[in-house]
Design a protein around this ligand. Sequence first.
Ligand SMILES: NC(=O)c1ccc[n+]([C@@H]2O[C@H](COP(=O)([O-])OP(=O)(O)OC[C@H]3O[C@@H](n4cnc5c(N)ncnc54)[C@H](OP(=O)(O)O)[C@@H]3O)[C@@H](O)[C@H]2O)c1
Length: 497
Amino acid sequence: MPSDEPFALIIFGASGDLTKRKLVPALWSLFQGRVLPEPFVILGVARSEMSDEDFRRRMREAVGEFARVQPPAAHVWERFASSLFYCPGDPADAALYDRLGARLRQLETDKGTGGNRLFYCSTPPSLYPAIVTRMGASGLQREGNGWTRVIIEKPFGRDVSSARELNRIVSRVFTEDQVYRIDHYLGKETVQNLLVFRFANGIFEPLWNRNHVNHVQITVAESLGVEGRGAYYEEAGALRDMIQNHILQLLCLVAMEPPVSFDADPVRDEKTKVLRAIRPIPPDGVDEVAVRGQYGPGFLEAHRVPGYRAEKGVAPDSRAETFAALKLFIDNWRWAGVPFYLRTGKRLPKRASEIAIQFWGTPHLLFRRPDPADRIDPNLLVVRIQPDEGIALTFGAKLPGPEINIRPVTMDFRYGASFGAEPPEAYERLLLDAIHGDATLYARSDWVDAAWQVLTPVLEAWGAGPAPKFPNYEAGTWGPAEADAFVERDGRRWHRP
Ligand SMILES: NC(=O)c1ccc[n+]([C@@H]2O[C@H](COP(=O)([O-])OP(=O)(O)OC[C@H]3O[C@@H](n4cnc5c(N)ncnc54)[C@H](OP(=O)(O)O)[C@@H]3O)[C@@H](O)[C@H]2O)c1
């Protein structure tokens, strides 16, 4: 059982979007579910001037708008809110840290949280080095008798060299076991269920290899555009924003070997081994394994939406990709020769994240087909990460009637229908794990480094070279035609979520 130690959570960037939409609503849901260790202190830090009361009011509104669980009664909220505090100051300013330390010590004494400290970097990523360095210089991370941990939001660097530099800075102040690099995809129930599905069931794992799997597709599709975050997206693009972290994490969970135990290091060792086995992309072969796109204006659910270049903060000749597709091979015994197709995009027809495992067809077709081109679809296993979380297995069944006509049908596990509840939010699980000191679902430095290495040839080729012919897909479609051609060349089709 995890220890139930009291703690103080210090959030840098607490006036921001993430704190109000995800972090405090998640902490509230944990508190309501009586799983948040008590006593606790949540201390927000940011430049905006606010009193404790202002911060509490703001968080009450945020919980009302975004939390999975609504406050049942005012006094329950008051009990939670009495542990919320705010310390105004610029995280880049060294002078803040003495003040912050004094406030923290006082709160720890008043609330009896025992010196256990969890810091959360939720500012723009350019500030992470300054925050970590200033924490180190002020000794904030060394005081107290309890444990100290730090959660670092994504993105962790923007390429191999910046990620290494950030790791170097962080490792001067914290040991690796104190550092929690968050990827909220790993907190999703269905993502964790992938490991349970693979390693707690006897019948799937024997099929989970090159002898039975034809190929794997991982899709993270968004119908939204950049939602006012154009300036951020101009610097990031789909490859950095989605593939380097979420999609490569999913790929690792699909492809990894069984770990020796479900503890942080054995699980993370296996995931890193997957990345190391990915066949390096040759710098002059990027076009054969990668496709990029950018949306122009189009229609979504009958509404006209603007193109990417018309979004706020986006350059009129932007070369940022809003769609990316990749084909990767994992050169090991289990997966030799099995392509993994990855794709993500904005302004696609629907929001859907899923993993499709396409099995091989039967070696011999027993049932005669009137039209030889009318083939029986091979089995398909689809893990739906969001929305409508679940797992579906498609197989051929006989259509009722005097003849043998075969149609694909689906066995469908739906999370909500089976367990009678919506899964908890990813941040709930991840925050609780960090409070308990379990880093299994957080990224280790070697994983982050290896993930950037996998993508480096694509990042370099796309960063240099002639300007791409953008926009090349209409909002509300499944990406550029090249993305379809790219899998059709291999005799395959994208699975439509
Ligand atoms: N929002 C999400 O859904 C989401 C999802 C995944 C990851 N993330 C990551 O989480 C982090 C936080 O996201 P966010 O959306 O909350 O960010 P944000 O709203 O842009 O920034 C958070 C806070 O940082 C402070 N800040 C901004 N610029 C600053 C500067 N130059 N100097 C000092 N403080 C500054 C601001 O507070 P003050 O102006 O009051 O100082 C702001 O409220 C980011 O790294 C983001 O990539 C966010």
